[in-house]
Write a protein that binds this ligand. Structure first.
Ligand SMILES: CC(C)(COP(=O)(O)OP(=O)(O)OC[C@H]1O[C@@H](n2cnc3c(N)ncnc32)[C@H](O)[C@@H]1OP(=O)(O)O)[C@@H](O)C(=O)NCCC(=O)NCCS
Length: 342
């Protein structure tokens, strides 16, 4: 994992918006988050820092990587994706680089893709990265406070390699489970810049009817009306999240003949501490069975699961033979889980 050095406390946010440490902690559990250096750090450079550690711990070199999967919603460029920038920065061979656009579920989706390539025997060393630089594009005025206080920057990475067939006792990814429901796409979304031209939304975003060719992608009206920032209907997201998280965790357990008591550690996407606590209670898991670190890093979207996995492993909370469940839910909506024998 890699997180920027710059720690931003809840009180630090008071200079931009009307909020309070008490409100943020009570509603989200977050005490502080990290913000990348404004100009020296990007989503890709943070991904590179995490990837260097993952590759070193795997005992290989960047030249051994034969496929890259990079998950982010905050790419350095609209296109090309961060995967190729990482390939260049790490001087890797001209291997395939796939960018995954699944927001908070991005890392679990990316892991699932990599898992299939490993299981078919196509690749032997796959680098899977989740990284975000949220701080570049949040509404730091009071208007955007329901979103801005939640998100933080950082990156996590893993190297996936083949093991003996994962039968339940040996190490490996036992199964992955992916879902989507686009009916709620606009509930948690960044509409602009984009090509939608109000096709999907009833509310009039910017003034596309008046816009000339060439003024549709990014306009002064979008900026004047703060429509270039993420939008979130927090309570609606909360309601669906607390339903889908337990469902997709149970799906993974049931598919492999396990029950909740078999989980050594659940690593949920760090969306909100209240969501994690709700899931823990609903599944009857003990405090030792669930890992949370949103207090320190906020919600780092595609980076949150690998950052939490890395921390948990470094703290000795993920040991050989453990049954580890990763689970995520987010914009799309998309949700996903992975069951691993460590
Ligand atoms: C965002 C979230 C923390 C808001 O908490 P909530 O209890 O639902 O709060 P609401 O949005 O209903 O807002 C309650 C009040 O707090 C205010 N408020 C919102 N953000 C605030 C902030 N940062 N500081 C202070 N007050 C804030 C609102 O303006 C509202 O005021 P009002 O009652 O006077 O209108 C919560 O909905 C949530 O966590 N949702 C899930 C979001 C999530 O996980 N997103 C990531 C996707 S994986």
């Amino acid at each position: 994992m890699y997180v920027p050095a710059n720690v931003v406390t809840n009180n630090d946010l008071l200079k931009y918006m009307d909020t309070s440490d008490e409100w943020i902690q009570e509603r989200t559990g977050i005490k502080e988050r990290r913000y990348a250096h404004r100009t020296n750090e990007t989503t890709t450079t943070m991904g590179v820092e995490a990837a260097k550690i993952a590759i070193e711990r795997a005992g290989i070199t960047p030249q051994d990587i034969d496929f890259i999967v990079f998950a982010t919603l905050s790419p350095d460029y609209y296109f090309p994706g961060c995967g190729v920038l990482l390939q260049r920065a790490m001087q890797m061979k001209d291997v395939g680089a796939l960018d995954v656009r699944n927001q908070c579920s991005g890392f679990v989706y990316a892991l699932s893709v990599a898992d299939q390539y490993i299981k078919t025997g196509m690749y032997k060393n796959i680098l899977v990265v989740g990284a975000e630089k949220h701080s570049f594009g949040l509404d730091f005025s009071t208007r955007g406070r329901n979103v801005s206080v939640i998100f933080g920057d950082g990156a996590g990475a893993v190297v996936l390699q083949p093991t003996e067939p994962a039968t339940g006792s040996g190490p490996g990814i036992l199964s992955t489970h992916l879902h989507s429901d686009g009916n709620n796409a606009e509930i948690l979304a960044m509409y602009n810049p984009g090509t939608h031209a109000n096709h999907w939304v009833e509310q009039r975003l910017a003034d596309f009817d008046e816009a000339e060719v060439g003024e549709m992608f990014m306009s002064h009206a979008m900026i004047d009306n703060a429509q270039n920032f993420p939008f979130m209907d927090g309570p609606s997201v909360f309601k669906v999240a607390v339903e889908k998280f337990p469902a997709v965790i149970m799906e993974a357990l049931t598919a492999n003949g396990y029950q909740t008591s078999d989980i050594s550690l659940l690593i949920p996407h760090q969306a909100n501490l209240r969501i994690s606590q709700f899931v823990q209670k609903k599944l009857g898991l003990s405090d030792n069975q669930v890992y949370n670190n949103i207090q320190k890093f906020g919600n780092t979207t595609a980076a949150s699961v690998p950052i939490a996995l890395c921390e948990a492993w470094e703290q000795g909370k993920v040991k050989e033979g453990d049954l580890v469940c990763l689970a995520a839910f987010g914009s799309g909506f998309t949700w996903a889980s992975a069951l691993l024998r460590w």
